[in-house]
Design a protein around this ligand. Sequence first.
Ligand code: ATP
Ligand code: MG
Length: 269
Amino acid sequence: MASSTGHTRNPFTEVETPAVGVKLEGLTKSFGDHVVLDNITLSVEPGEIFVLMGPSGSGKSVLLKHIVGLEAPTSGRVLVDGHDATSGETREKVRMAMVFQAGALFNSLTVYDNLALYPREHRVADEAGIKDKVMRALQILSLEDAAKKFPSELSGGMKKRVAIARALVMEPQLMMYDEPTSELDPVMSATISEIIASLKDEYHVTTLVVSHDRELALNIAERVGILMDGKLIFLGKPDELRQPKDEQVAAFLYPKIDLKHPRYKKLET
Ligand SMILES: Nc1ncnc2c1ncn2[C@@H]1O[C@H](COP(=O)(O)OP(=O)(O)OP(=O)(O)O)[C@@H](O)[C@H]1O
Ligand SMILES: [Mg+2]
Protein backbone atom coordinates (compact mmCIF):
# COMPACT_ATOMS: atom_id res chain seq x y z
CA MET A 1 0.00 0.00 0.00
CA ALA A 2 1.27 3.47 -0.82
CA SER A 3 1.94 5.69 2.14
CA SER A 4 -0.69 8.39 2.23
CA THR A 5 1.39 10.59 4.52
CA GLY A 6 4.17 11.69 2.13
CA HIS A 7 6.53 9.29 3.86
CA THR A 8 8.87 6.66 2.47
CA ARG A 9 8.29 3.24 4.01
CA ASN A 10 11.39 1.16 4.58
CA PRO A 11 10.85 -2.24 2.91
CA PHE A 12 12.74 -4.06 5.67
CA THR A 13 11.92 -2.25 8.88
CA GLU A 14 8.49 -0.83 7.91
CA VAL A 15 9.70 2.43 9.50
CA GLU A 16 8.43 5.56 7.73
CA THR A 17 10.64 8.59 7.09
CA PRO A 18 9.64 11.81 5.27
CA ALA A 19 10.03 11.44 1.51
CA VAL A 20 12.91 13.47 0.07
CA GLY A 21 13.03 15.78 -2.94
CA VAL A 22 15.79 16.86 -5.31
CA LYS A 23 16.33 20.40 -6.60
CA LEU A 24 18.62 21.48 -9.41
CA GLU A 25 19.14 25.24 -9.29
CA GLY A 26 20.75 26.64 -12.44
CA LEU A 27 22.92 23.54 -12.79
CA THR A 28 25.63 24.09 -15.38
CA LYS A 29 28.33 21.54 -16.12
CA SER A 30 31.15 21.94 -18.61
CA PHE A 31 34.01 19.64 -19.44
CA GLY A 32 36.59 22.01 -20.92
CA ASP A 33 34.72 24.02 -23.58
CA HIS A 34 31.95 21.47 -23.80
CA VAL A 35 28.84 22.71 -21.97
CA VAL A 36 26.93 19.51 -21.21
CA LEU A 37 24.28 20.92 -18.83
CA ASP A 38 23.30 24.55 -19.42
CA ASN A 39 21.56 26.26 -16.51
CA ILE A 40 19.08 23.50 -15.66
CA THR A 41 16.45 24.21 -13.04
CA LEU A 42 14.27 21.31 -11.99
CA SER A 43 12.58 19.88 -8.89
CA VAL A 44 11.84 16.23 -8.36
CA GLU A 45 9.15 16.26 -5.70
CA PRO A 46 9.21 14.00 -2.64
CA GLY A 47 7.58 10.69 -3.50
CA GLU A 48 7.37 11.48 -7.21
CA ILE A 49 8.38 9.26 -10.11
CA PHE A 50 10.17 11.42 -12.65
CA VAL A 51 11.57 10.18 -15.95
CA LEU A 52 14.39 12.09 -17.65
CA MET A 53 14.76 11.39 -21.34
CA GLY A 54 17.14 12.71 -23.97
CA PRO A 55 19.35 11.56 -26.81
CA SER A 56 22.60 9.72 -26.25
CA GLY A 57 25.26 12.10 -25.02
CA SER A 58 22.76 14.75 -23.85
CA GLY A 59 24.07 14.60 -20.28
CA LYS A 60 21.54 12.37 -18.48
CA SER A 61 24.15 10.26 -16.68
CA VAL A 62 26.18 13.38 -15.88
CA LEU A 63 23.07 14.91 -14.29
CA LEU A 64 22.52 11.80 -12.13
CA LYS A 65 26.17 11.85 -11.06
CA HIS A 66 25.64 15.37 -9.68
CA ILE A 67 22.80 14.12 -7.48
CA VAL A 68 24.88 11.31 -5.98
CA GLY A 69 27.83 13.67 -5.58
CA LEU A 70 30.13 12.00 -8.12
CA GLU A 71 30.34 15.24 -10.15
CA ALA A 72 30.36 18.83 -8.91
CA PRO A 73 28.56 21.65 -10.78
CA THR A 74 30.57 24.20 -12.77
CA SER A 75 27.93 26.62 -11.51
CA GLY A 76 24.56 26.34 -9.83
CA ARG A 77 23.54 23.95 -7.06
CA VAL A 78 22.07 20.52 -6.55
CA LEU A 79 20.12 20.00 -3.34
CA VAL A 80 18.99 16.63 -2.04
CA ASP A 81 16.42 17.00 0.71
CA GLY A 82 17.74 20.55 1.10
CA HIS A 83 21.40 19.48 1.49
CA ASP A 84 24.12 20.31 -1.02
CA ALA A 85 24.83 17.15 -3.02
CA THR A 86 28.57 17.83 -3.11
CA SER A 87 28.81 17.63 0.69
CA GLY A 88 29.76 14.22 2.04
CA GLU A 89 27.25 14.67 4.83
CA THR A 90 24.37 14.52 2.38
CA ARG A 91 25.02 10.84 1.72
CA GLU A 92 24.96 10.20 5.46
CA LYS A 93 21.71 12.09 5.94
CA VAL A 94 19.82 10.85 2.89
CA ARG A 95 19.76 7.22 1.82
CA MET A 96 20.19 7.24 -1.96
CA ALA A 97 20.62 4.29 -4.24
CA MET A 98 21.56 4.23 -7.88
CA VAL A 99 20.99 1.44 -10.35
CA PHE A 100 23.89 2.03 -12.74
CA GLN A 101 23.59 1.96 -16.52
CA ALA A 102 25.79 -1.13 -16.86
CA GLY A 103 24.53 -2.81 -13.67
CA ALA A 104 27.95 -2.60 -12.00
CA LEU A 105 27.65 -6.03 -10.38
CA PHE A 106 30.80 -7.69 -9.10
CA ASN A 107 31.36 -10.66 -11.37
CA SER A 108 33.45 -12.57 -8.82
CA LEU A 109 30.67 -12.43 -6.21
CA THR A 110 27.44 -14.42 -6.11
CA VAL A 111 24.15 -12.55 -6.34
CA TYR A 112 23.77 -12.99 -2.56
CA ASP A 113 27.20 -11.51 -1.86
CA ASN A 114 26.64 -8.65 -4.31
CA LEU A 115 23.55 -7.71 -2.29
CA ALA A 116 25.26 -8.27 1.08
CA LEU A 117 28.29 -6.13 0.23
CA TYR A 118 26.88 -2.73 1.21
CA PRO A 119 25.22 -3.83 4.49
CA ARG A 120 28.37 -5.75 5.47
CA GLU A 121 30.63 -2.77 4.73
CA HIS A 122 28.38 -0.41 6.65
CA ARG A 123 27.73 -2.94 9.42
CA VAL A 124 24.02 -2.21 9.31
CA ALA A 125 23.20 -5.52 11.01
CA ASP A 126 24.76 -8.81 12.07
CA GLU A 127 25.07 -11.57 9.46
CA ALA A 128 21.61 -12.97 10.33
CA GLY A 129 20.04 -9.52 9.98
CA ILE A 130 21.82 -8.99 6.67
CA LYS A 131 20.58 -12.36 5.46
CA ASP A 132 16.99 -11.34 6.25
CA LYS A 133 17.38 -8.12 4.26
CA VAL A 134 19.09 -9.77 1.28
CA MET A 135 16.53 -12.59 1.09
CA ARG A 136 13.65 -10.12 1.39
CA ALA A 137 15.10 -7.98 -1.44
CA LEU A 138 15.56 -11.09 -3.59
CA GLN A 139 11.98 -12.09 -2.83
CA ILE A 140 10.63 -8.63 -3.77
CA LEU A 141 12.41 -8.95 -7.14
CA SER A 142 11.42 -12.65 -7.59
CA LEU A 143 15.08 -13.70 -7.53
CA GLU A 144 15.17 -16.21 -4.66
CA ASP A 145 16.47 -18.94 -6.97
CA ALA A 146 19.36 -16.79 -8.17
CA ALA A 147 21.01 -16.19 -4.77
CA LYS A 148 23.91 -18.59 -5.34
CA LYS A 149 24.46 -17.72 -8.99
CA PHE A 150 27.21 -15.54 -10.39
CA PRO A 151 26.34 -12.55 -12.63
CA SER A 152 27.80 -14.37 -15.67
CA GLU A 153 25.09 -17.04 -15.25
CA LEU A 154 22.23 -14.53 -15.46
CA SER A 155 20.24 -13.13 -18.37
CA GLY A 156 20.27 -9.38 -19.02
CA GLY A 157 16.84 -8.98 -17.42
CA MET A 158 17.92 -10.88 -14.30
CA LYS A 159 21.06 -8.75 -14.00
CA LYS A 160 18.92 -5.60 -14.08
CA ARG A 161 16.69 -7.07 -11.36
CA VAL A 162 19.74 -7.98 -9.25
CA ALA A 163 21.02 -4.42 -9.65
CA ILE A 164 17.62 -3.12 -8.48
CA ALA A 165 17.58 -5.57 -5.54
CA ARG A 166 21.07 -4.45 -4.55
CA ALA A 167 19.93 -0.81 -4.58
CA LEU A 168 16.88 -1.73 -2.49
CA VAL A 169 19.07 -3.28 0.21
CA MET A 170 20.41 0.24 0.82
CA GLU A 171 16.91 1.06 2.13
CA PRO A 172 16.70 4.12 -0.13
CA GLN A 173 14.57 7.21 0.30
CA LEU A 174 15.70 8.24 -3.18
CA MET A 175 16.10 5.66 -5.92
CA MET A 176 17.76 6.51 -9.23
CA TYR A 177 17.90 4.30 -12.28
CA ASP A 178 20.19 4.90 -15.25
CA GLU A 179 18.73 3.21 -18.36
CA PRO A 180 17.09 0.33 -16.50
CA THR A 181 15.53 -1.16 -19.64
CA SER A 182 18.32 -0.77 -22.16
CA GLU A 183 19.24 -3.97 -24.01
CA LEU A 184 16.07 -5.74 -22.89
CA ASP A 185 13.28 -7.11 -25.05
CA PRO A 186 9.96 -5.20 -24.94
CA VAL A 187 8.29 -7.65 -22.52
CA MET A 188 11.22 -7.63 -20.09
CA SER A 189 11.33 -3.82 -20.40
CA ALA A 190 7.66 -3.72 -19.44
CA THR A 191 8.38 -6.00 -16.45
CA ILE A 192 11.21 -3.76 -15.24
CA SER A 193 8.98 -0.68 -15.71
CA GLU A 194 6.30 -2.38 -13.59
CA ILE A 195 8.86 -3.22 -10.89
CA ILE A 196 10.07 0.41 -10.75
CA ALA A 197 6.49 1.70 -10.51
CA SER A 198 5.50 -0.88 -7.89
CA LEU A 199 8.53 -0.13 -5.67
CA LYS A 200 7.56 3.52 -5.81
CA ASP A 201 3.89 2.77 -5.04
CA GLU A 202 4.69 0.30 -2.29
CA TYR A 203 7.38 2.27 -0.47
CA HIS A 204 6.73 5.83 -1.69
CA VAL A 205 10.42 6.19 -2.53
CA THR A 206 11.27 9.27 -4.63
CA THR A 207 12.21 7.84 -8.02
CA LEU A 208 14.26 9.37 -10.81
CA VAL A 209 14.62 7.28 -13.94
CA VAL A 210 16.89 8.17 -16.82
CA SER A 211 15.76 6.38 -19.93
CA HIS A 212 15.33 6.44 -23.70
CA ASP A 213 12.40 4.09 -23.31
CA ARG A 214 9.30 5.92 -24.53
CA GLU A 215 6.91 3.23 -23.28
CA LEU A 216 8.45 3.34 -19.81
CA ALA A 217 8.09 7.13 -19.71
CA LEU A 218 4.52 7.14 -21.01
CA ASN A 219 3.40 4.40 -18.64
CA ILE A 220 5.09 4.97 -15.31
CA ALA A 221 6.18 8.62 -15.12
CA GLU A 222 4.25 11.23 -13.18
CA ARG A 223 6.33 13.85 -14.97
CA VAL A 224 8.85 13.72 -17.78
CA GLY A 225 11.75 15.97 -18.69
CA ILE A 226 13.53 15.85 -22.05
CA LEU A 227 17.13 17.01 -22.13
CA MET A 228 18.61 18.20 -25.42
CA ASP A 229 21.62 20.38 -26.19
CA GLY A 230 22.11 21.07 -22.51
CA LYS A 231 18.55 22.35 -21.92
CA LEU A 232 15.27 20.87 -20.83
CA ILE A 233 13.21 21.18 -24.00
CA PHE A 234 10.17 19.58 -22.35
CA LEU A 235 8.91 19.35 -18.79
CA GLY A 236 5.41 18.08 -18.21
CA LYS A 237 2.98 15.20 -17.94
CA PRO A 238 3.56 12.06 -20.00
CA ASP A 239 0.15 12.39 -21.66
CA GLU A 240 1.37 15.56 -23.37
CA LEU A 241 3.93 13.37 -25.14
CA ARG A 242 1.44 11.12 -26.89
CA GLN A 243 1.01 13.69 -29.65
CA PRO A 244 3.73 16.24 -29.03
CA LYS A 245 3.27 19.66 -30.60
CA ASP A 246 6.95 20.58 -30.43
CA GLU A 247 8.82 19.44 -33.54
CA GLN A 248 12.07 18.62 -31.72
CA VAL A 249 10.22 16.56 -29.11
CA ALA A 250 8.24 14.72 -31.80
CA ALA A 251 11.38 14.00 -33.82
CA PHE A 252 13.10 12.59 -30.73
CA LEU A 253 10.22 10.44 -29.50
CA TYR A 254 8.77 9.31 -32.82
CA PRO A 255 11.65 9.29 -35.32
CA LYS A 256 10.75 8.18 -38.80
CA ILE A 257 13.16 5.84 -40.50
CA ASP A 258 14.07 7.56 -43.72
CA LEU A 259 16.84 6.04 -45.81
CA LYS A 260 17.50 9.38 -47.50
CA HIS A 261 17.83 11.27 -44.21
CA PRO A 262 21.34 12.67 -43.68
CA ARG A 263 21.14 11.81 -39.95
CA TYR A 264 23.97 9.27 -40.08
CA LYS A 265 26.27 11.83 -41.72
CA LYS A 266 25.87 14.00 -38.63
CA LEU A 267 27.05 11.10 -36.51
CA GLU A 268 30.31 10.90 -38.46
CA THR A 269 31.36 14.39 -37.42
N1 ATP B 1 34.23 12.90 -17.07
C1 ATP B 1 33.97 13.43 -18.28
N2 ATP B 1 34.90 14.17 -18.93
C2 ATP B 1 34.63 14.72 -20.12
N3 ATP B 1 33.47 14.60 -20.78
C3 ATP B 1 32.50 13.88 -20.19
C4 ATP B 1 32.70 13.26 -18.91
N4 ATP B 1 31.55 12.61 -18.57
C5 ATP B 1 30.71 12.82 -19.59
N5 ATP B 1 31.25 13.58 -20.56
C6 ATP B 1 30.59 14.02 -21.78
O1 ATP B 1 29.35 14.58 -21.44
C7 ATP B 1 28.38 14.28 -22.44
C8 ATP B 1 27.17 13.66 -21.77
O2 ATP B 1 27.50 12.35 -21.32
P1 ATP B 1 26.44 11.41 -20.60
O3 ATP B 1 27.15 10.16 -20.26
O4 ATP B 1 25.78 12.15 -19.49
O5 ATP B 1 25.37 11.18 -21.75
P2 ATP B 1 23.98 10.38 -21.66
O6 ATP B 1 22.90 11.34 -21.95
O7 ATP B 1 23.93 9.63 -20.38
O8 ATP B 1 24.14 9.38 -22.91
P3 ATP B 1 23.64 7.84 -23.07
O9 ATP B 1 22.19 7.93 -23.37
O10 ATP B 1 24.44 7.37 -24.26
O11 ATP B 1 23.97 7.10 -21.82
C9 ATP B 1 29.06 13.39 -23.45
O12 ATP B 1 29.46 14.19 -24.54
C10 ATP B 1 30.28 12.87 -22.72
O13 ATP B 1 31.34 12.63 -23.60
MG1 MG C 1 24.00 7.62 -19.87
